[in-house]
Design a protein around this ligand. Structure first.
Ligand code: ADP
Length: 596
């Protein structure tokens, strides 16, 4: 990305605040003009005092007059300058904060629109995405402030000082003009040499925060295996790279800063020598006061250019971080596809035809899947872990799109369906139930935000969690995250009951429930399966044999299908799994215990 592209992309974010920019520009012009007052006052003062002391008829009243005028001018100038710089800084901050808010909000809104594949792509892990967005937002908003609020005043002030130098004397003006490009050339070179290091820095920062998020997420595993040392070593490697990078960056910066200071000093010396020479040869208009005048003006020319480095750095950072940020918000191809088909009613008959699917990382999860999933009955997906059961549910929910084949719902390709409408009609209960940071009531109501309190209670009752919730000191207002795993699972089931959709996908819904709760939930599910399509993924033998139809999967392929009894008697994968489950339950011993 180059600067023009960057500003083209940034303009839409600045546009809403163009009045702020305009006001600041006017203030800038006033501010830059009064910045030259010190030099002018000093010039006049030196000459006036010089004249006064070389005059034989010296009078203190004259000197006092001069001092009163200087004091009045300098103090009023300073007062005005304080007000202007306050307003300028305030508006600058205001703009940065607003632009940063807009950039951050846009990133959130965009991410919410992306399909699941975006999140499972490598490089898009939570920590990395967060760093990319945070750094993009902070560096882009600083760039906006630097460019529109800081850069222009600096340049106006430098330009005005340069014009005054030319007006005072062409040779002096030319000397200043000769130094400036050298100064800018060094700054640009510095920026270019730093660019590679900065780019690498961005990657290290992403790695660092990704690493820290990873540690916090798996802290219990790390602790239980005593792997604190290994994790610390991994972070140490990243920190070392980051430190080397930082030190190299600083080294380069200091090297070039030294050169710049030296060039600036050469400029000042040249201007002193030149002006002194012009005074000595009695050049018209050249007085002793001009030496100070020119040196101060030259400082006004170079001071802003010293700041240019800071702005150049932020621009360079912005170019680097902008790529990361805009790659997140402009991933047009990642926006979830949606059709606009919205039937009156969904019956819930899925037909899957020759579906192949690979995840974005290349894992081929499904091969030539063919299925017919009928409403009004419970279909079970059975298979070992990794067989592809959850993946099929992901495809039916349009979380991912198959690479080949098609999926029909009530005879229409699910691609044609309005995605939000489709998901409104599907209830999904996952193995890992996502409980949000909020109360139990809020978590259940997520299933249908406009549900009444009574409906929320009813959903909790159906999920057999009402009694337990009511026993809590704050009842439905208790924090859901403080519930046990099994209770949270029932909250997620209550959420699904409240939604009351015609299609229900249950991915190991009773995995973290105790036996009593499992039995209760099973009863609830039996009660709601009427007139609905229910798909259940389960390792629980009782749930499997209770289903109406079974698909047995192995390595991403459908190996067998049929009713549970018939399938068992045929032998094969299904029988193997059921037998293994029965053995794991120690059924023989259980039966003898129950009979004794
Ligand atoms: P099951 O539900 O039968 O246990 P899954 O459908 O979860 O199996 O997984 C099928 C295969 O797809 C596995 O090899 C798994 O590693 C892989 N897989 C699942 N989710 C993802 C993902 N988000 N990205 C990449 N591979 C995945």
């Amino acid at each position: 990305m180059n600067l023009i592209q960057l500003f083209r992309k940034l303009w839409p974010f600045v546009k809403p605040y163009k009045w702020l920019v305009l006001v600041t520009l006017v203030l800038t012009l006033i501010g830059s003009s009064i910045a030259q007052v010190n030099a002018l006052v000093l010039d006049r003062t030196v000459d006036a005092i010089n004249e006064l002391i070389s005059n034989p008829g010296f009078e203190w009243s004259h000197a006092a007059n001069i001092l009163i005028v200087i004091t009045a001018v300098l103090l009023s100038k300073e007062a005005l300058s304080v007000v202007i710089s306050y307003a300028q800084n305030f508006y600058g901050e205001r703009m940065r904060v607003h632009v940063s808010k807009d950039l951050a909000q846009l990133a959130v809104e965009r991410i919410l629109k992306y399909r699941m594949a975006f999140f499972s792509r490598s490089g898009n892990e939570a920590g990395r995405l967060q760093t990319r967005i945070d750094q993009g937002v902070s560096s882009l908003s600083t760039t906006v402030q630097n460019t529109f609020i800081d850069l222009l005043p600096l340049f106006t002030s430098a330009l005005l000082a340069l014009i005054l130098m030319f007006a005072a004397n062409v040779f002096v003006g030319l000397t200043a003009l000769f130094i400036v490009p050298i100064y800018i050339w060094i700054t640009v070179r510095q920026g270019k040499r730093l660019k590679g290091w900065r780019q690498q820095m961005r990657q290290y920062r992403e790695q660092k925060s990704h690493g820290i998020v990873g540690i916090i997420e798996s802290i219990n595993v790390i602790k239980s295996f005593n792997r604190e040392g290994i994790e610390a070593d991994k972070q140490w490697a990243i920190q070392s790279n980051l430190t080397d990078n930082l030190l190299n960056t600083r080294k380069l910066m200091l090297y070039y800063d030294g050169w710049k200071r030296f060039v600036q000093q050469i400029g000042t010396v040249l201007i002193i020598i030149l002006t002194a020479y012009l005074v000595l040869i009695d050049y018209p208009g050249m007085t002793i006061g001009k030496i100070m005048y020119h040196v101060m003006l030259f400082a006004n020319v170079t001071a802003p250019i010293t700041q240019l480095q800071r702005i150049f750095d932020t621009l360079n950072d912005a170019l680097i971080y902008a790529e990361g940020y805009f790659s997140v918000i402009e991933a047009e191809e990642e926006v979830e596809a949606s059709g606009n088909y919205r039937p009156e009613r969904i019956k819930g008959r899925f037909v899957i035809e020759h579906v192949d699917f690979s995840y974005p990382n290349g894992t081929k999860a499904l091969h030539d899947i063919n299925m017919q999933i009928e409403p009004d009955r419970v279909t079970a997906f059975v298979g070992l872990s990794g067989a592809g059961k959850s993946t099929i549910v992901n495809l039916l929910d349009k979380f991912y799109v198959p690479q080949s084949g098609r999926i029909l719902l009530d005879g229409v390709d699910i691609k044609e369906y309005d995605t939000q409408f489709l998901r409104d009609n599907i209830g999904l209960v996952l193995q890992k139930n996502h409980i949000f940071d909020g109360t139990i009531e809020e978590n259940i109501r997520y299933g249908r935000p406009d549900a009444s309190d009574e409906e929320v209670r009813e959903a909790a009752r159906k999920a057999f969690v009402l009694d337990q919730v009511e026993k809590l000191p704050n009842g439905f207002k208790s924090l859901a995250t403080q519930l046990s795993g099994g209770q949270q699972q029932r909250i997620a089931i209550a959420r699904m009951f409240l939604k009351n959709p015609p299609i229900i996908f249950l991915d190991e819904p009773t995995a973290s429930l105790d036996a009593v709760a499992t039995e209760q939930i099973k009863a609830s599910i039996d009660a709601i399966k009427k007139n609905r399509t229910v798909i259940i993924i389960s390792h629980s033998i009782s749930q499997i044999i209770d289903s109406d139809f079974v698909y047995a999967l192995q390595d991403g392929r459908v190996e067998q299908c049929g009713d549970p009894d018939g399938l068992y008697h045929k032998g094969g994968v299904y029988k193997d799994i059921v037998d293994a489950s029965a053995r794991s339950l120690n059924i023989d011993k259980l039966a003898s215990t129950l009979n004794s």
